[in-house]
Design a protein around this ligand. Structure first.
Ligand code: GDD
Ligand code: MG
Length: 337
């Protein structure tokens, strides 16, 4: 089975981390989101995945030097300009020569979904497309789906305003598509699957959806990226998921609460890390306190960082207070959207 994996977005909500590492390559409990997704696709029978790339393609190729991720063979489709979701799927599927039923996955989703059961649901319903659904508490952040008793999609509305729909079933960002759906996605211009293609398929009665209550999170926002890290490291299904990476240096007097400390990160005496993620190489000096934050750079002695993102070049000096900030601050020259 082939898959198209969408990994070409700018990762704006995780800036400035994504200035140095594209979102799908950021680690969740020490293993990149993309690797976790690939493992789950492989369990569902996927043997080849084409990465639909745009923004920063090189780190992806460098991350998989043999073009293999576990047992999945990788190939790449690099867009000259961002084609949006359906444009990217059309372009990538053509680049890889996909001509049979295939899977599509958003590259920032972490889930225990059994892809094989989604594929069999799709075949049983003779669908042109089948969307995996998950219940959410804040519909405004997702593509929201209304279905009938048979599982046929009656409405797909992307990021609805309050009152637009009563459904709280979100598209979980994993689909099964027939090759005929590619006719709707020429892949030569910008096109949104959520805003254009799915509504067309709904009108034709050919789109279905299957809901599950598996663990699911879109780790593409600061709060969900922290939650995903904490959840996976606490569950520690494998020893390598444990909260503190074996190469990290953590002083005995430091306090680590509901947090993940990445590869080669350093936490000095008396520091406290609470509900936060220290990315590989981060440094937190003596007595500093980090709460609800993501740190890739350095935080100086006795500083307090709350609800903030410190990028790879970010430095918080000594005795500073840093609340709800991005360090470095967003550079308008790098705003590409
Ligand atoms: N190749 C390519 N080109 N990929 C892209 C582009 C593009 O122009 N734009 C976005 N992507 C990729 C992103 O990298 C990401 O993996 C995926 O497409 C979805 O984009 P997000 O920016 O993460 O979208 P979202 O989280 O706001 O919403 C999407 O996911 C939700 C579930 O997590 C939508 O599909 C919603 O309907 C869905 O509910
Ligand atoms: Mg997302």
């Amino acid at each position: 089975m082939h898959a198209v994996v969408l990994v070409g977005g700018f990762g704006t909500r995780l800036r400035p981390l994504t200035y140095s590492i594209p979102k799908p390559l950021l680690p969740v409990a020490h293993t990149s989101m993309l690797e976790r997704l690939m493992n789950s696709l492989a369990l569902g029978g996927v043997t080849h995945a084409v990465l639909a790339l745009g923004f920063k393609p090189e780190p992806f190729m460098a991350a998989f030097p043999n073009d293999m991720c576990g047992s999945v063979q990788l190939s790449y489709a690099v867009e000259d300009t961002p084609l949006d979701t359906a444009g990217a799927i059309g372009f990538a599927a053509r680049t890889a020569g996909i001509g049979e039923t295939f899977v599509v996955a958003n590259g920032d989703v972490l889930t225990d979904l059994d892809i094989a059961s989604l594929i069999s649901f799709h075949r049983q319903h003779g669908a042109e497309g089948t969307i995996s659904l998950t219940p959410v508490s804040d519909p405004s952040q997702y593509g929201i789906v209304e279905i009938d008793a048979s599982g046929r999609v009656e409405r797909f509305v992307e990021k609805p305003q309050p009152g637009m729909t009563t459904s709280n079933f979100a598209s979980a960002g994993t689909y099964v598509l027939e090759p005929s759906a590619l006719v709707r996605m020429p892949g030569d211009q910008k096109l949104s699957i959520e805003r254009v293609v799915f509504p067309q398929m709904v009108a034709d009665g050919s789109l279905f959806a299957m809901s599950t209550d598996d663990y699911w999170i879109d780790a593409g926002r600061p709060d969900t990226f922290i939650s995903a890290n904490v959840h996976v490291s606490k569950r520690a299904a494998k020893a390598t998921d444990a909260p503190i990476h074996p190469t990290a240096t953590v002083a005995e007097t430091a306090e680590i609460l509901d947090s993940v400390i990445g590869e080669n990160a350093t936490v000095l005496d008396g520091a406290r890390i609470q509900h936060s993620v220290l990315l590989p190489g981060a440094i937190v000096e003596q007595g500093a306190v980090i709460i609800d934050s993501l740190v890739m750079g350095r935080v100086g002695t006795n500083s307090q960082v709350t609800g903030s993102i410190i990028g790879s070049t970010g430095v918080v000096g000594q005795n500073e207070m840093c609340n709800n900030a991005s360090v470095p601050a967003h550079d308008p020259a790098l705003q590409q959207e």
